[in-house]
Design a protein around this ligand. Structure first.
Ligand SMILES: [Zn+2]
Length: 333
């Protein structure tokens, strides 16, 4: 089964590019930019990756980003992920980036996006991996800052397929960003949003995202199972949920595998992604294997998770069809 998963054509839709910053690259970028890190070795840095909640993860996550300063830094970050993705036969990825995590510490927006964009272009020609960018707003910052970031992104609209919402959900409901999302929709961006696992008011947040904001899909969102009406709405709209089992394990103590199984059985378009693989020590392939260990998934079910992902990907119909045909041919072969 390990070989089957390795060769399966994959689609990753929930991946924070800042969450792919491996310790080795962190040291390299720190040296490049003349910065000191509070760790003497890669092993010591990895040993500090002990998270038991979303906030405890976010503290180390944001602290680490200080090493990202220049356009080549962002290029190297994205290229490193895309190389790993290519090795795992990821055929297509939609990649989150958090501009405010950088502009808030003085790195210009255009430095961030130009570096990422150049890597995406090179990966397509050099590695055969296609990818698009999703711009996320940090929900623990003011809505006005998100709106300003949205406006700042407009000259680069052709390089960004949609918007998302991440960071600490506690006390930061979707409704806080209703005006930002409305403007994003008017500008032609597609819409997604984190509905993190086991949050306070999780169901009300999912309801706001689905019914009030009208997002095209949901990142995480497994708590939707607690509300039959919302499950029916998501099914009726053919919406997808981008689940991340290993990440769930770190921040909630459970992969939420049973919930994922239930969603699959109901016919919800569930997909499996890695979220922040450098911090959770698992890229998409390891996430699929962890879920398989928990649920004993069949080959057909593992293939269906990839079909789901290509189906809900923000791509033209004929491109999706070509990727789904790759999955079908792999399974048949
Ligand atoms: Zn995430």
């Amino acid at each position: 089964m390990k070989d089957f998963v390795a060769g399966l054509p994959k689609c990753e839709l929930h991946l924070h590019i800042e969450g792919t910053l491996e310790p080795e690259l962190k040291f390299e970028l720190a040296a490049r930019n003349g910065l000191e890190l509070p760790y003497s070795s890669v092993a010591e840095m990895r040993a500090a990756y002990t998270f038991d909640s979303l906030p405890s993860f976010l503290t180390i996550y944001y602290e680490s980003m200080r090493v990202l300063r220049t356009e080549p830094d962002f290029y190297d970050l994205a290229m490193a992920y895309l190389r790993r993705a290519a090795e795992q036969n990821v055929r297509y990825a939609e990649i989150f980036f958090d501009p405010q995590a950088h502009t808030s510490r003085g790195v210009p927006f255009d430095v961030v996006i130009r570096g990422l964009r150049r890597a995406l272009m090179d990966a397509e020609t050099q590695l055969g991996v296609r990818a698009q960018l999703i711009m996320c707003f940090l929900r623990d910052f003011q809505a006005e800052y998100a709106m300003a970031t949205l406006l700042e992104s407009l000259p680069y609209k052709e390089w960004i397929v949609g918007v998302g919402l991440d960071s600490d959900e506690k006390g930061n409901p979707p409704a806080k960003f209703a005006a930002v999302y409305e403007r994003a929709r008017q500008e032609g961006y597609l819409l997604t949003m984190h509905c993190d696992v086991d949050q306070d008011d999780a169901i009300e947040h999912i309801r706001q995202a689905v019914e009030d904001i009208g997002v095209n899909r949901i990142d995480h969102g497994v708590n939707i199972l607690e509300d039959q009406r919302l499950v029916e709405t998501v099914l009726a709209r053919g919406m997808g949920l981008t689940c991340c089992p290993v990440s769930n394990g770190f921040v909630t103590g459970s992969l939420k595998a049973e919930g994922i199984r239930k969603l699959m059985d109901l016919g919800v378009r569930v997909t499996i992604s890695s979220d922040d693989p450098a911090y959770f020590a698992a890229y998409v392939q390891e996430n699929l294997l962890a879920l398989h260990d928990a649920l004993q998934l069949s080959r057909e079910e593992l293939a269906q998770l990839q079909r789901n992902a290509f189906e809900i990907a923000w791509l033209p119909r004929h491109v999706k069809d070509a990727y789904v045909a790759e999955v079908d041919a792999y399974v048949a072969g």
